[in-house]
Design a protein around this ligand. Structure first.
Ligand code: HEC
Length: 154
């Protein structure tokens, strides 16, 4: 049974790897759920960093680095899930403008990834200070706000 399961898993994995990028989501609803999940996990860990940056929880360099690493990883995921046709369906809060100015939207996502990468690097470096965390957190938060103001329903 175990062997059969792992053989199935390997087959599934192979199939998943071979699927071209454009066909990664069977339905618009799947893409919506996927990007919302990635944003949700990113938001949770970003919120923990924010609590630390704002003095609501004690400063802890290790926890900051751990949370920032997750934010960085998650920041890379949602953008590929704004596939054509996923402007509707599920309970999406994505505004139609995303699909009419896709290049600008993608640039906005690139800014997030760049700042999240810096945030992860800063928090991982030895001797992290609260001021450094605050600055890197603030820069990243600015990219969230800019994109939400333009492209997300309130
Ligand atoms: C490039 C644009 C963009 C950037 C940058 C961005 N977001 Fe979003 N975010 C969106 C859009 C669009 C949605 C709505 C997705 C949907 O409902 O389909 C969203 C949804 C969310 C949600 C709700 C997820 C859910 O449960 O439905 C959270 C939480 C979130 N973003 C947090 C963040 C945080 C935190 C950052 C910055 C660290 C950030 N976002 C950066 C575009 C962006």
């Amino acid at each position: 049974m175990k062997r059969l399961l792992s053989a199935t898993f390997v087959t599934l994995l192979g199939a998943a790897v071979c699927v071209p990028a454009m066909a990664q989501f069977a339905k618009p609803e799947d893409a919506i759920k996927y990007r919302q999940s990635a944003f949700s996990v990113m938001g949770t860990h970003f919120g923990r960093l924010g609590a630390m940056a704002n003095g609501k929880v004690p400063f802890d360099a290790k926890a900051a680095a751990d949370n920032a690493a997750i934010v960085e990883a998650m920041s890379k995921l949602p953008h590929a899930a704004f596939i054509d046709g996923s402007d509707k369906g599920g309970n999406t809060k994505a505004l139609p403008l995303i699909w009419t100015e896709k290049t600008k939207f993608i640039a906005s996502g690139d800014k997030l990834m760049a700042e999240a990468t810096k945030l992860a690097a800063v928090t991982k470096a030895p001797g992290l200070t609260l001021d450094q965390l605050k600055a890197a957190f603030g820069n990243t938060a600015g990219t969230c706000k800019a994109c939400h103001d333009a492209y997300k329903e309130k």
